[in-house]
Design a protein around this ligand. Structure first.
Ligand code: PLP
Length: 383
């Protein structure tokens, strides 16, 4: 991974960023692509000269690259400001013909970016929101999902991997159960897509959302919608803005072309490393080493092995406040944060710590030395 690390100015200072779940570091080539677009391309589509053609090419390339990343046609890709904004917009769009009393299922594992859009929608339109529970080891409880699905359920919205405790959800099974009940499956993959390869067709979901700034890209949201659904939905859209291919129907206003150019550079960067399959294997080794070498003064919440999780860990050190751990670690060259709920409000009720916990997230640019050094620092708290 040293060759990959050399592509990041931000990693040259020796500080170990173990905070990718909040937003990853970005390789220089992504910043360069953004700057180039600002220098060399027009600010909008439609100009009949060279700089205008460059904007068209940026848009087309970004859609093609997103399609490859997600495993879908570039037609079915929707770009937006971030996942939360896309989710507010798409949930409203999807529900235009739903009736009062229709039901929505969200999960206790979810980030509130995947919950609040439905809660607010329900408040406006008289829908009912119910929570799918988590198991004792903090995974989505599929039995509880089965119990709660009924003919009034219009959508099952859940997180693919928890940004707080790292557990992975069986999204394929969620999609299957939702489909059998006649409901939509709506997958928040913001955390998952930074660590695992994605194939929305294989999952069989209806809507899938992620955020490139979690995987070495610029601040953008990215969504996939099943083609027939996108064809059938009426968008909230100004006229005569472009509506083809179908994903563009749901993009409003002028796109951030420079960020789309940066997004393409991100996908090229990930592909140059062999793609997410390769990165996943490496990250799992980091995660396994971390778990195997953790000192006894540390409690990890949720799954205790790499089985069924990504390398994101929520933990506390015995007898030391999480905020103290985070600030001490920062002084010692390790970037982690302390927080109470990590925007996972439903999950927080199931977490046993009184105040905050520390989140440690490994991603492909982290190294074994960083894992070992961090573990040694954790152990030093007990001395
Ligand atoms: C699992 C998960 N879902 C949703 C979000 C919200 O994403 P965005 O910042 O793109 O709105 C986050 C952000 O951390 C997240 O981790």
């Amino acid at each position: 991974m040293q060759a990959a690390r050399d592509r990041f100015s931000s990693l040259r200072g020796g500080f170990a960023f173990l905070d990718a779940p909040g937003g990853s570091q970005v390789p220089d080539e992504v910043g360069d692509a953004i700057a180039r677009a600002l220098r060399e391309a027009s600010a909008n589509l439609g100009a009949p000269y060279e700089t205008g053609k460059r904007v068209e090419a940026i848009l087309k390339n970004a859609r093609d690259d997103a399609g490859r990343f997600l495993g879908c046609s570039s037609d079915d890709v929707i770009f937006g400001t971030n996942m939360t904004t896309l989710d507010f917009m798409l949930s409203r769009t999807a529900s235009r013909d739903w009736k009062e009393g229709d039901r929505i299922l969200v999960s206790r594992l979810d980030h509130d970016g995947g919950v609040a859009p439905w809660v607010e929608l329900a408040a406006d339109r008289g829908f009912e929101v119910n929570w799918i529970d988590v198991t004792d080891d903090l995974r989505l409880d599929l039995d509880d999902l089965e119990r709660k699905l009924d003919e009034r359920t219009r959508v099952v919205a859940c997180v693919f991997a928890s940004n707080a405790v790292g557990s992975i959800t069986d999204a394929q099974r969620v999609a299957e159960l939702a489909r059998e009940a006649g409901a939509l499956s709506w997958i928040d993959a913001v955390h998952y897509a930074a660590h695992e390869p994605v194939d929305v067709q294989a999952i069989g979901c209806d809507v899938f959302l992620c955020s490139p700034y979690k995987f070495c890209g610029p601040h953008l949201g990215l969504a996939y919608g099943r083609h027939e659904l996108l064809e059938s939905w009426r968008p909230y859209k100004a006229r005569p803005a472009g509506s083809t291919p179908v994903g563009r129907k749901f993009e409003t206003g002028t796109a951030p072309y420079e960020l789309l150019a940066g997004f393409s550079a991100t996908i090229a960067y990930l592909e140059s490393l062999g793609g997410m399959d390769v990165l996943k294997t490496y990250e799992r080794e980091l995660g396994a080493r971390f778990l195997e070498t953790l000192p006894e003064n540390v409690t990890v919440y949720g799954l205790q092995t790499m089985e069924g999780r990504v390398p994101t860990f929520l933990l506390n050190v015995d007898g030391v406040e999480a905020a103290t751990v985070a600030t001490t670690m920062a002084e010692r060259g390790y970037g982690v944060w302390a927080h109470d709920n990590w925007y996972s409000l439903g999950l927080r009720e199931k977490l046993p710590y009184p105040q905050d916990a520390v989140r440690v997230g490994f991603i492909h640019y982290n190294t074994v030395d960083e894992v070992d050094g961090f573990v040694a620092e954790l152990a030093s708290f007990s001395k």
